[in-house]
Write a protein that binds this ligand. Structure first.
Ligand code: ATP
Length: 377
């Protein structure tokens, strides 16, 4: 049961939950404004020192004003847990927005129509903050849930794909000479008909990704994210946890970057995160973040590269089963070319993604403005 009142805010309903807490739609009883309130109930309660620091952080965030950066109105402490009050965005996270199809997009007003408070599943590995006790990997103090595969986007649920999958299954079920399951499966995989079906499935997936109006929305959203990043970087802030669920798009297709400032606040406070724990979402972390080095704006540009790579190819740049495997790959392995996965992908956007993903900071774009220029070319 959500609390009824949090400070001067009346809780109306739940908008969603992530790794560190829950976001509520709430009414400011002083002004009658509807806001989004993020209660960080997953973190340990604040002591007085951390509460004072939260108030100081708020002063920095409250000064920010940019059309692509979510407005932060207030911070507070409720029963020991910090909360952040921000602009309510009636919209979707970036991935869900890109999953919309034409018919959802063309309302008479030209904006896309959304059920208000639509409960959508989280669209990435939302548990950014690991929990040592839940860790299944001896080598790492992190929670593997934080590493969980994202739920497939609608782009990956094929149109006409069910038949293809059925055909694949039927091909694999055909009897063969010795009748053993193993031989049957491997001979089915070698069967040219199975290979053809697999190729068709892959083509259908990438055709979905390459739909021109989806690509138009993707590029436009990315440009707006670059504007938001240029703005916060210009104010000396690094987001540190850039991922698709921290990017929302409203009904007028205006992008809002959210949750900046929070990652640093949590990272700086050993009482909140535990000594030596990362703050950020594994899949989007740059090599320097993994290595625990000081971060600058280019760490966010790397995360932007992971997002762009995923949105272009339909899969993450690194495919690993454990955090330690992922980190080894992020530090040492080059991601497969986007255009090898998505043969008809946009070559310009693919080039931008690969340059953002460079391991050496100096090899990446150096500023969000440069990325904007490259995307706009
Ligand atoms: N300002 C807002 N306006 C409207 N909905 C919001 C707002 N902020 C968050 N939400 C909704 O609440 C959901 C949960 O947000 P939250 O920030 O807690 O989680 P997350 O970003 O998925 O994960 P994490 O906590 O790891 O960053 C979001 O996916 C979004 O749907």
């Amino acid at each position: 049961m959500p609390p009824k009142l949090i400070g001067p805010y009346r809780v109306m309903d739940t908008l969603g939950s992530g790794g560190v807490g829950t976001v509520y739609r709430a009414l400011d009883r002083r002004t009658n404004d509807t806001v989004a309130l993020k209660l960080l109930s997953a973190a340990p309660a604040l002591d007085a020192r951390a509460a004072r620091r939260l108030a100081r952080e708020y002063e920095t965030l409250a000064e920010l004003a940019h059309p692509n950066v979510v407005k932060v109105f207030d911070v507070g402490v409720f029963q020991g847990y910090p909360y952040l009050v921000m602009e309510l965005i009636e919209g979707l996270t970036l991935r869900h927005y890109l999953d919309l199809r034409g018919s959802d997009l063309h309302s008479p007003s030209g904006s896309f129509s959304l059920p208000r408070s639509r409960a959508l599943p989280s669209d990435d590995d939302s548990e950014s903050w690991g929990d040592a006790e839940d860790s299944q990997d001896d080598e790492s103090p992190f929670n593997l849930a934080a590493f969980s595969e994202e739920e497939p986007s609608e782009d990956m649920s094929l149109h006409g794909g069910a038949e293809s999958v059925r055909a694949l299954a039927e091909a694999a079920d055909e009897p063969d000479t010795d009748g053993s399951d193993e031989t049957r499966a491997s001979s089915a995989m070698a069967d040219p008909r199975v290979q053809l079906v697999e190729r068709r499935i892959q083509e259908a997936r990438t055709d979905e990704l390459n739909r021109p109006e989806r690509m138009g929305r993707l590029k436009d959203a990315m440009l707006q994210v670059c504007e938001a990043l240029a703005y916060i970087h210009g104010h000396g802030l690094v987001h540190r946890d850039l991922k698709p669920s921290n990017i929302m798009v409203d009904e007028d297709r205006q992008v809002r970057l959210m949750d900046f400032g929070l990652a640093k606040f949590l990272a700086d406070d050993a009482g909140l995160t535990g000594d030596g724990r990362f703050v950020g979402t594994f899949r989007y972390m740059s090599p320097e973040q993994i290595l625990g080095e000081p971060l600058d704006a280019r760490a966010d540009l790397y995360s932007l590269g992971v997002i762009l790579y995923e949105l272009l190819s339909g899969r993450p740049p690194f495919d690993a089963k454990t955090p330690s495997q992922l980190w080894q790959q992020v530090l040492e392995v080059e991601p497969a070319p986007v255009l090898a996965i998505n043969l008809k992908g946009d070559p310009q956007l693919a080039r931008v993604a690969h340059r953002l993903l460079r391991k050496e900071l100096d090899d990446r774009y150096q500023t969000a403005e440069e990325v904007y220029e490259a995307l706009a070319e």
